[in-house]
Design a protein around this ligand. Structure first.
Ligand SMILES: Cc1cc2nc3c(=O)[nH]c(=O)nc-3n(C[C@H](O)[C@H](O)[C@H](O)COP(=O)(O)OP(=O)(O)OC[C@H]3O[C@@H](n4cnc5c(N)ncnc54)[C@H](O)[C@@H]3O)c2cc1C
Length: 395
């Protein structure tokens, strides 16, 4: 890697960390209380041109790899979990387009103009009433008729759909295709309507603004991402989701433990020469935080090394059961470690962490990370891993 590329990378994460502290953290409680979109964070990211971090350099983006994107999402989530999650979800959609659509003139133009020049935000509609959380199955189907294309979908959960500039939607390839024969279709603003069908008054991740919605879109066949969703899911959507989510959950746990550490340091200052009794609990918690961080970063580095050259071998590895198991294991490990760490932070801090209005409050962090095991249910993921473990000999 040349010196320019490495300073760019540090800059990307550092600039996001500044936005996390100066903007996202300042509005995080308000975003959570009112279950409103973190518009200040996204105005700042857009202004800093950080929404195109995942767009390849050839199209004018920063071309950040998985490790940089993970560090960026973790940094933002330290200030506001919902902001970190929205940024991660946006990068996942951008990566699907960049990695699977970049040979198409339609998507090339979209990457350059919409994502880089205009810094637009993309939301995702994989959920659907009737498929029960199985992203690899769709009921709705795209209808292509000559030069026209249309799609209707009844989604259970659409994050920041009302605040996004485009929706990337999963559906069956055609009316007569099997439920698992899916494609991704991009609908830029103006080519769809989204009618809210539910509410989003949740325990946590309230700023993601993710109610159910009835989607109806139309356009041209060129808006269908080339190839199958089976491939883009295995090679891109799953690794980007599980690695970037794990990174941002680590960011949330880092902030909760940071509050616990500040609390312990304060107690130490009040009794110079003594080590507060809860300092040892803090030390133990940091062991788990390090494990969590190392886990997602190792997967991110492996992904970056593998995809440095976009060859058939990398695609084969990404499509393998061993890689799928690794991603499932990462997701399950980090989604379960994050609430444990927030719980430990709460025990270390005590009542000042339980209260919602102290510098040591961790209630929001705790509620936010409880979504991690549900966002693609760990039970469902464990079921898929269990089936693979019946046939994979070496894990
Ligand atoms: C913060 C947040 C944001 C989200 N944003 C979006 C978004 O932007 N777009 C979008 O499309 N979706 C989004 N989702 C939805 C999400 O991706 C899942 O589709 C949804 O959470 C799954 O809902 P479920 O728990 O009812 O489903 P299920 O996966 O059906 O799980 C329900 C229960 O059934 C069990 N179960 C189901 N299948 C199996 C199995 N095979 N083996 C064992 N147990 C099983 C599960 O363990 C669980 O107990 C979001 C969710 C959250 C929490």
């Amino acid at each position: 890697m040349n010196r320019h590329a490495s300073s760019d990378r540090a800059d990307l994460v550092a600039r996001t960390a500044t936005i996390a502290t100066e903007v996202a953290a300042r509005h995080a409680n308000d975003v959570d209380r009112d279950a409103r979109f973190p518009s200040e964070s996204f105005a700042a990211l857009r202004e800093a041109r950080l929404l195109s971090a995942a767009v390849p350099r050839g199209f004018g983006g920063q071309g950040a790899g998985m490790l940089e994107l993970g560090n960026q999402c973790a940094a933002l989530a330290q200030g506001c979990s919902s902001s970190g999650m929205v940024l991660a979800m946006h990068h996942i959609q951008v990566a699907c387009i960049a990695r699977h659509g970049s040979d198409s003139p339609y998507f090339q133009k979209y990457l350059r103009e919409n994502l880089v020049e205009r810094q637009e935000l993309i939301a995702s509609i994989t959920s659907e009433n009737g498929t029960f959380g199985d992203t690899r199955s769709s009921i709705c189907a795209v209808e292509v008729d000559g030069d026209a294309m249309k799609l209707d979908k009844d989604a259970t959960t659409v994050s920041y759909g009302a605040h996004a500039d485009a929706q990337l939607v999963t559906c069956r390839r055609a009316a007569d295709a099997a439920n698992s024969d899916q494609v991704l279709v991009l609908f830029p603003k103006g080519s769809y309507t989204l009618e809210q069908t539910g509410t989003w008054d949740t325990l946590g991740m309230r700023g993601t603004c993710s109610p159910g919605a009835r989607f109806s879109g139309h356009g041209k066949p060129e808006q269908v991402v080339p190839g199958s969703f089976a491939d883009s899911s295995a090679e891109t959507m799953v690794p980007y989701s599980h690695i970037l989510w794990s990174a941002l959950w680590t960011g949330i746990a880092t902030d909760a433990l940071g509050r616990a550490a500040a609390c312990v340091r304060g107690a130490a200052r009040r009794k110079p020469g003594s080590v507060p009794p809860n300092a040892a609990d803090l030390a133990r918690a940091y062991v788990d935080l390090q494990t969590m961080r190392n886990n997602w970063q190792a997967c991110a580095m492996e992904f970056d090394a593998m995809t440095a050259t976009d060859d058939a071998a990398a695609r084969e590895t990404l499509g393998s059961m061993n890689w799928a198991l690794k991603m499932n294991q990462l997701k399950m490990a980090c989604s379960e470690a994050a609430p444990r760490l927030c719980h430990q932070a709460l025990q270390i801090i005590g009542i000042l962490g339980y209260k919602n209005d102290t510098p040591f409050s961790v209630g929001r962090h705790y509620r936010d990370v409880l979504s991690a095991a549900l966002m693609v249910s760990n039970g469902r993921i464990a079921g898929k891993s269990a089936s693979m473990l019946l046939v994979v000999k070496e894990v």
